[in-house]
Design a protein around this ligand. Structure first.
Ligand SMILES: O=C(O)CCC(=O)C(=O)O
Ligand SMILES: [Fe+2]
Length: 212
């Protein structure tokens, strides 16, 4: 992103968040930045360092393939490889901007590399845990070049509209960033016909106390 447009695009995102509960920034990462992060993710994949994700937290943590089929690796910010640092730095900027404009007091973030193998999905859910409501915003940046409708893997959001809901589908195209209210928007990942890669995370209003 060019510095000139960052302010404008963050502004638009803040407006969309307060109006719709979600917002999108296209080309949040350049093609080059996406490729660099992909090579980090691919190395983890080859080394077998991506693990099946679970549902629930701490003692409630369990792996349930009928709910979600993605493989993940948590990012340790101090140890993250350079391409990932670029992303985390931009995320810090975004967090500060949101704190100034949306009157949230975001203090920390947690992110993981994510890979959905062919045929996997994540059933409809809300990102806030019952026992931890400190995830305020869900943020996902996609890393997939040439993604088409027919490849599936859409993020499907269910936006409450009065007593009804509106379906919003988002394709996981490279560089695209989606940000939505973790407490408000139920969503799912539709079955993917291609390997689907992303950085997935949450902006929190309380410091993480999970030591890596
Ligand atoms: O990858 C996506 O589009 C959404 C992932 C998701 O819902 C999650 O990890 O909680
Ligand atoms: Fe989610």
């Amino acid at each position: 992103m060019t510095t000139q447009t960052i302010e404008t695009r963050f502004n638009q995102l803040a407006d969309d968040l307060s109006e719709n509960g979600y917002g999108i920034i296209e080309s949040f990462l350049s093609d080059e930045e996406v490729k660099d992060i992909l090579s980090v993710l691919d190395d983890y994949q080859e080394a077998g360092d991506l693990k099946r994700a679970g549902i629930g937290q701490a003692e409630n943590h369990q792996v349930d393939k009928s709910q979600r089929g993605d493989l993940i690796r948590w990012i340790e910010p101090e140890k993250a490889k350079d391409p990932t640092q670029v992303y985390l730095d931009r995320m810090r900027e975004l967090m500060q901007f949101i704190n100034r404009t949306c009157f949230l007091s975001l203090k920390d973030f947690e992110f993981h590399y994510t890979l959905y193998p062919v045929g996997t999905f994540y059933k409809r859910h809300l990102d806030q845990f019952k026992q931890d409501d400190h995830r305020k915003l869900s943020v996902i940046c996609y890393l997939n070049f040439d993604w088409r409708e027919g490849d599936g893997g859409q993020l499907r959001m269910y936006k409450p509209v009065g007593a009804d809901e509106q379906i919003v589908d988002v394709l996981p195209v490279a560089g695209r960033l989606i940000c939505f209210r973790s407490d408000l928007l139920e969503h799912e990942v539709l079955p993917t016909a291609r390997e689907r890669k992303s950085l997935t995370g949450w902006l929190r209003d309380q410091l993480l106390d999970v030591p890596f």
